[in-house]
Design a protein around this ligand. Structure first.
Ligand code: KIV
Ligand code: NA
Length: 264
């Protein structure tokens, strides 16, 4: 069981092998997800909502992410571990370098940052200094107050073109992975085909190279509502490990996400 790296994910993309990703925040769940075969684990700033009970991700700190990254890293052997850089922790390239270093030292293999053109210099600087970057485009939750709510992005032609341009630019700047969130399936397909690096989707249809979900949604224990693009796998399986295997299998077969989980 060899460790998943960015090269493994690149190989999966070339072979057309769909891979799975889940968020994780502690060693026990991370260990279960890792041993069932989830390829990528993300210590997401979604912890602000699912662990801390806030209504958005903005209150999460670098220390919060570092603590949970240490916990998760002790639980895993195989999965690639990505840590989210929280709101305003990468407002300048200098802040990004300082804070990304903290997360890498906590056990992350890669950091994730939300945004496009404004981050190009940051992506290059981090990568040059040995910190791999996963970019995040589309519905970037740290900008929820700019968007005026959690809304699907890239529905009109101008916005779709901007997201595609940003995806290409961020790859050229050195990003090794891209998450696209809540965009139309057709746009996600275009981006996935245009890029060499693997693209992971959430609410972005079934044509991306990989899928990611928030673990609390997969296990049906998110408070409030489960987003339309998510799926409760515990309900159909009744057991956590079986639920995770069902998610992995459906992504591999291309049956998740189905049209009911997808935006047009
Ligand atoms: O914080 C998070 O969980 C995320 C994923 C939903 C992509 O960024
Ligand atoms: Na996040």
């Amino acid at each position: 069981m060899s460790k998943i790296t960015s090269s493994t994910l690149l190989k999966f993309k070339k072979e057309g092998k769909k891979f799975t990703s889940l968020t994780a925040y502690d060693a026990s769940f991370a260990n279960a997800f890792d041993s069932e075969g989830v390829d990528v684990l993300l210590v997401g700033d979604s912890m602000g909502m699912v662990l801390q009970g806030h209504s958005d991700t903005l209150p999460v700190s670098v220390d919060d992410i570092a603590y949970h990254t240490r916990c998760v890293s002790r639980g895993i052997e195989r999965a690639l571990l990505i840590a989210d850089m929280p709101f305003m922790s990468y407002a300048t390239p200098e802040q990004a370098m300082t804070n990304a270093a903290i997360l890498m030292k906590a056990g992350a293999n890669m950091v994730k940052i939300e945004g496009g053109h404004w981050l190009l210099e940051t992506v290059t600087k981090l990568t040059e200094r040995g910190i791999p970057v996963c970019a995040h485009l589309g519905l970037t939750p740290q900008s929820v107050h700019v968007f005026g709510g959690f809304k699907v992005q890239g529905r009109d032609t101008d916005n779709a073109q901007r997201i595609l341009d940003e995806a290409k630019a961020i790859e050229a700047a050195g990003a090794q992975l891209l998450v696209v969130e809540c965009i139309p399936a057709t746009l996600a397909k275009t981006i996935t085909e245009a890029l060499t690096i693997p693209v992971i989707g959430i609410g972005a249809g079934s044509d991306t190279d990989g899928q990611i979900l928030v673990m609390h949604d997969v296990l049906g224990i998110s408070s409030g509502y489960i987003p339309r693009f998510s799926k409760n796998y515990l309900k159909q399986t009744g057991e956590i490990r079986s639920a995770i295997r069902a998610y992995i299998d459906e992504v591999a077969e291309g049956t998740f996400p189905s049209p009911e989980h997808t935006f047009s």
